[in-house]
Design a binder for this molecule. Structure first.
Ligand code: ZN
Ligand code: ZN
Length: 399
């Protein structure tokens, strides 16, 4: 472990939560570590095995939750390696299939491990991490995926809000302007730390959205000299106009935001000593906050640190890799009665498809049913037959 890694590991106290934007070139990968040792990874970049190597060097021995914001390579390029080396308890994506081999192989590796619970994102889905720390899905809404945008995969990125005490982080994936408009309509409210959408592209971070969020800190992941010229001057100017301090991996290297629950500090890889710390005041009074939901705390010593060098060498880690067994609770809004299956051809001959690997069944035509491999595909003639077989209705299509 390098001296730098040690410094970063010890930058936060046990009661703090950290949000770490890894420096993985052009792409996104963000690690959240809670005071009780819960770990969440949002995206996995596209630089060989860099993300797994960095997680292992940080002593991460398990992942509780993985969120793939959308299936572009700069977000899931290294995800299969992550899923195999550190199988998460829950894997969330935007529910939209992609046409790449990379995507197919990733989904096959998730399906091949029954210990991983796959859940497509929908608004109102909440993951309670520790007391006082939770992640809430704000976007996309599978009942009204955005279409005819510059990039529908970007526009339907999984957007999440992490709250820890009074601190708030908004992770915007590669959102586009229509996503931002939808979030403004939903009145998502102030959040002090913004993971800037789409690497600071000029097509995102609109003034209307930034006026809604009013971030004090903006985090941008972009590769040095990237061919897209991310971040764009226009987005940087708009971030400056709302008073956000911008941190970017192409200049600052890895960025760590330490949250005490009463305010945040930023430390960067290229910063110098304590002078690199920026103390930001806590949330202004009157800001809208999602109500906190208590959850069981993690049992002490849930999983002993296990720096398995083998994880780096092998992509075929046994599926019984020990994980912390503390609860990640998922809450979802009750399904709407009129939900319509979305996307995907499905199997015309199969009214209610399911997978031998999964505990749910789908509606005909559901995009997630289309992802089930032929080998694992199970077909139910009726809803009753599926229920009788012990399956439950999938939350994505509400069959
Ligand atoms: Zn993208
Ligand atoms: Zn991207």
């Amino acid at each position: 472990m390098s001296l730098l890694s040690l410094l970063f590991v010890t930058a936060a106290t046990a009661a703090d939560l950290t949000v770490r934007m890894l420096d993985i070139g052009q792409g996104d990968s963000i690690l959240v570590q809670t005071p009780a040792g819960k770990t969440v990874l949002i995206d996995a970049g596209d630089r060989g095995s860099a993300v797994v190597e960095r997680l292992v060097s940080l002593g991460v021995d398990h992942l509780d939750l993985v969120i793939a914001t959308h299936p572009h390579a700069d977000h899931v390029g290294d995800m299969r390696h992550v899923v195999q080396a550190l199988p998460p308890r829950v894997y969330v994506d935007n529910g939209l299939p992609h046409t790449t081999k990379l995507y197919d192989e990733l989904m096959a590796s998730i399906e091949a491990n029954p210990a991983i619970r796959y859940q497509p994102a929908s608004p109102g889905m909440v993951f309670n991490l520790d007391d006082g720390a939770r992640i809430e899905v704000l976007w996309p809404d599978p009942k009204k995926y955005l279409s005819d945008t510059r990039s529908d995969l970007n526009a339907n990125s999984v957007v999440t809000r992490l709250t820890h005490g009074k601190d708030c982080f908004l992770f915007a994936g590669d959102s586009e302007e229509p996503t931002e408009q939808a979030l403004v309509r939903e009145k998502v409210g102030h959040c002090e730390v913004l993971k800037v959408a789409h690497h600071g592209s000029r097509h995102s971070s609109t003034s209307a959205f930034l006026d809604e969020i009013k971030p004090s800190i903006a985090l941008i992941s972009a590769g040095v000299g990237n061919r897209y010229n991310h971040p764009g001057e226009e987005a940087l100017a708009r971030l400056g106009a709302v008073g956000a301090t911008v941190y970017r991996t192409d200049r600052d290297g890895e960025i760590v935001v330490v949250s005490t629950g009463k305010g945040v500090k930023v430390r960067t890889e290229h910063g110098e000593g304590d002078d690199a710390l920026l103390v930001v005041s806590a949330v202004p009074a009157g800001s809208a906050r999602p109500k906190a939901v208590a959850s069981a705390a993690a049992p002490p010593g849930a999983a002993a640190p296990r720096l398995a060098a083998a994880l780096l060498r092998s992509a075929s880690v046994p599926s019984d890799t020990p994980l912390a067994d503390a609860d990640i609770d998922t809450d979802e809004d009750p399904p709407a009665a009129s939900a319509v299956p979305t996307l995907g051809e499905g199997d015309e001959a199969c009214p209610f498809p399911g997978s031998g690997r999964s505990e749910v069944f789908h509606a005909k035509g559901c995009g997630n049913a289309a992802k089930i491999s032929e080998a694992n595909r199970v077909c139910y003639e009726s809803r009753e037959a599926a229920l009788a077989a012990g399956k439950r209705a999938a939350g994505c299509c509400h069959p």
